[in-house]
Design a protein around this ligand. Structure first.
Ligand code: NAP
Length: 257
């Protein structure tokens, strides 16, 4: 049987921890002994999450903050550093999806995605990179999406924000490796969460949040840069990613009919 390394004594910061992937990840990491600092905007959900973890080996500490607010993120990071003096693992997961069909294109949708999905991550990086470079250790996992591989129908804003994250993470990986800081990118397919519960279309290879979290944890324990799941959908999207435009658009047109 595969054994999971203990997270005992690890200080872990998860954003977007009040529901969905982040919440399940927080509970699972606390079950494995981690000290999990859980950030999101809703106090109530974070409080409930803390109570749910009371009997676990580790703990969950709610640290409410809006990641689009740079000062609030810096204050949150200061709270963590004052209490624990370090961060071992950060999972920058807070994000949103607003369907953006081409005919309904709104720059406000694009701004919202970039402010939360991209700048929310960047505000955390402002705080985390100096800390981890000083420690000469640490893992920062950025939750992007397979939707960041190529432009998909009705996802101009979401896809562009996730493509930006993937590209940024690739740069940071190379820059920060020599400093002992391990940057990872998480590229999930469809995961059943409150975010995807709103989708009206059929989601291929939809997976349960527990399986998604298992894949993330297994990826955090490996050396690879990318944590991609589910396997088959990841391979299909990987193939679409390298197709020449003419073939790619023809495949997408047929899939979108
Ligand atoms: N579910 C999927 O199929 C899927 C696939 C690929 C990638 N992803 C990515 O995975 C991440 C999590 O997705 P999910 O499905 O778990 O979404 P979710 O269920 O909607 O959860 C999103 C989390 O982000 C938090 N959040 C939203 N705005 C925030 C803000 N301004 N400041 C701080 N926290 C904020 C939310 O809490 P509050 O509202 O309390 O702030 C919530 O905890 C996202 O980045 C998403 O793009 C998801």
């Amino acid at each position: 049987m595969k054994t999971t390394p203990s997270l005992k004594s690890k200080v872990i910061w998860i954003t977007g921890a009040s529901q969905g992937i982040g919440r399940q990840l927080a509970l699972t990491m606390a079950r494995q002994g981690g000290t999990v600092i859980a950030t999101a905007r809703s106090f109530g959900n974070l409080d409930r999450l803390q109570n749910e973890a009371l009997d676990l080996e580790g703990i969950i500490i709610p640290l409410p903050a809006d990641v689009t607010d740079q000062d609030a993120v810096i204050r949150a990071a200061d709270v963590i550093m004052n209490r624990f003096g370090r961060v071992d693992i950060a999972v920058l997961n807070a994000g949103t999806f607003i369907k953006t069909a081409g005919v309904d294109f709104r720059s406000t949708h694009m701004r919202k995605h970039f402010e939360l999905n991209v700048m929310g991550v960047c505000h955390c990086l402002d705080a985390l990179i100096p800390v981890m470079v000083k420690q000469q250790s640490g893992i920062i996992a950025i939750n992007a999406s397979l939707a960041g591989y190529r432009g998909l129908p009705a996802a101009a804003a979401y896809g562009a924000s996730k493509a930006a994250l993937i590209n940024m993470a690739e740069s940071l990986y190379t820059d920060l490796k020599p400093e002992g800081v391990d940057i990872k990118v998480i590229n999930p397919g469809f995961v059943k969460t409150p975010l995807t519960d709103k989708n009206k279309f059929e989601m291929p290879f939809l997976m349960e949040v527990e399986s998604a979290v298992e894949a993330i944890l297994s990826g955090l324990n490996r050396r690879h840069f990318e944590i991609r799941f589910p396997t088959v959908f990841g391979m299909i999207m990987g193939l679409l990613r390298v197709l020449p435009y003419r073939v790619y658009f023809s495949v997408i047109r047929r899939l979108n009919q």
